[in-house]
Write a protein that binds this ligand. Structure first.
Ligand SMILES: Cc1cc2nc3c(=O)[nH]c(=O)nc-3n(C[C@H](O)[C@H](O)[C@H](O)COP(=O)(O)O)c2cc1C
Length: 169
């Protein structure tokens, strides 16, 4: 069975809440879900599929627990891994840096061999700039609990269905 690891960082709990919703949608699959601050780095390479969650903090920065291990990601080889990203952010408060963190994380893990899955349309969001946009799409699921909480459940459902389809699960 495909082993799926969901790893999230969170400062005020919102991204953990999204991780829980994602795990619920993956019911029946072999899923482990952990806070990145309580994870040995090497564990990240023990899964076939990674689903990584990181909010953007401090104007375009990684959440601090991801920030603490960021340089050490250079020690890992993600070749052969399929990697999906989800982030939370505030598109109105931080319109020039919306979702930057998942763009930063995706860039690093792709440079270490990870294959990105789960690209997501920017339609339905209002922002100026984001490091998470590549070729007109977000590199992963964008959630805005600060301004659009009513859209969260449906976005998570659609994205996880998309992931299952991309993975043939
Ligand atoms: C001081 C501060 C800085 C922030 N910077 C950004 C940012 O640059 N880009 C963004 O999209 N959201 C930004 N946010 C919004 C958070 O990313 C958002 O509230 C997120 O859901 C928090 O996730 P967490 O509860 O999992 O820590 C910021 C929030 C605060 C309070």
């Amino acid at each position: 069975m495909t082993k799926i690891g969901v790893f999230f960082g969170t400062t005020t709990g919102k991204t953990e809440g999204i991780a829980d919703l994602i795990v619920d949608e993956l019911d029946g699959l072999a899923v482990v879900c952990k806070d990145i601050s309580k994870t040995q780095l090497e564990e990240l390479t023990q899964y076939d599929v990674l689903i990584l969650g990181c909010p953007t903090w401090d104007i375009g920065q990684l959440q601090s627990d991801w920030g603490a291990i960021y340089d050490d990601l250079d020690k890992l080889d993600f070749s052969g891994k399929k990697v999906a990203y989800f982030g939370t952010g505030d598109q109105y408060g931080y319109a020039d840096n919306f979702m930057d963190a998942i763009g930063i994380l995706e860039e690093k893990i792709s440079s270490r061999g990870g294959q990105t899955i789960g690209y997501w349309s920017t339609e339905g969001y209002e922002f100026n700039q984001s490091r998470a946009v590549r070729n007109g799409k977000f590199v992963g699921l964008a959630i805005d609990e600060d301004n659009q909480p009513e859209k969260t459940e449906e976005r998570v459902k659609r994205w996880t269905a998309q992931l299952k389809q991309e993975l043939g699960l």
